[in-house]
Design a protein around this ligand. Structure first.
Ligand SMILES: [Zn+2]
Length: 251
């Protein structure tokens, strides 16, 4: 943070060939995914620092090396860590001949983008006292909602008992759901919003039973693209995104 401030007030200090703004952006990006930073984090099964290290570019890696060395942290474990099984791919929406399971709990719903955004915002309104819901997390959720496919038909079901609970359920009827979400570039990702169970229960059952059974027969899979990964790719490939600038302008 101190380094970013120094670069902003004194651009001549920059050692990046594209100038101080590029350097600020790279430092901010690499810090964003450090394990002690606020959200978004990569999905639970990965070491946050290894993930950050392996997805950093050369400039970011040398920046990390310098600062970890200054803090007396040996980076050998980072250099030698096995490659993470990224990049992730889109979640499956139907089983294959080779991979299927007996259909379980076919309580799937389809929601449009406006309904999904309403559900998320209504839940967030009572979630503010949660320590993981700082302003950075709130900004990320709004950024995420801005990037939904406008006419998306997203699929929603309650999280199952054997799935990772990213935060305990509650207060009251807040529950974790698993959503297959269509983003504005058409990409399918997995998301785990916390929603009011009563809000979801009030939605119409709008998927045919055969479709719900088909979805329930999809086996669980690791390495699915989640919101954090999609955000990272999106920021790298769409530096001039209108929706991103809109969000920044509203801060
Ligand atoms: Zn964007």
């Amino acid at each position: 943070m101190i380094e970013i401030r120094a670069l902003a007030s004194n651009p001549d200090r920059s050692r990046h060939p594209d100038g101080h703004l590029a350097e600020i952006r790279l430092i901010a990006d690499v810090c964003h995914n450090l394990p002690w930073a606020d959200q978004p984090q990569p999905a639970g099964e990965y070491d946050g620092l290894v993930y950050t290290w392996q997805t950093a570019n050369d400039f970011q890696r040398s920046w990390l090396r310098k600062h970890l060395a200054r803090a007396g942290i040996d980076t050998t474990f980072l250099e030698q860590a096995p490659r993470l099984p990224r990049p992730a791919t889109a979640p499956d929406t139907r089983p294959t001949w080779k991979q299927w399971q007996l259909p379980r709990d076919p309580t799937f719903l389809a929601v449009d983008s406006r309904t999904l955004a309403d559900l998320v915002r209504r839940a967030r309104a009572v979630d503010h006292h949660d320590p993981t819901h700082g302003p950075v997390r709130a900004d990320f959720i709004e950024w995420f909602l801005d990037h939904l496919y406008p006419n998306g038909r997203h699929i929603l079901r309650p999280s199952r008992h054997d799935e990772t609970l990213f935060q305990p359920n509650g207060p009251n009827d807040l529950r974790q759901y698993r959503a297959i979400v269509t983003m504005n570039d058409g990409a399918l990702i997995v998301h785990h919003p916390r929603l009011h169970a009563t809000d979801v229960a009030g939605l119409p059952t709008n998927l045919h039973l055969l479709r719900r059974l088909q979805l329930a027969a999809v086996p669980p899979r690791r390495q699915e693209t989640d919101a954090g990964l999609w955000a990272r790719q999106h920021r790298a490939t769409h530096p001039n995104c209108r929706d991103c600038r809109y969000r920044l302008g509203n801060r």
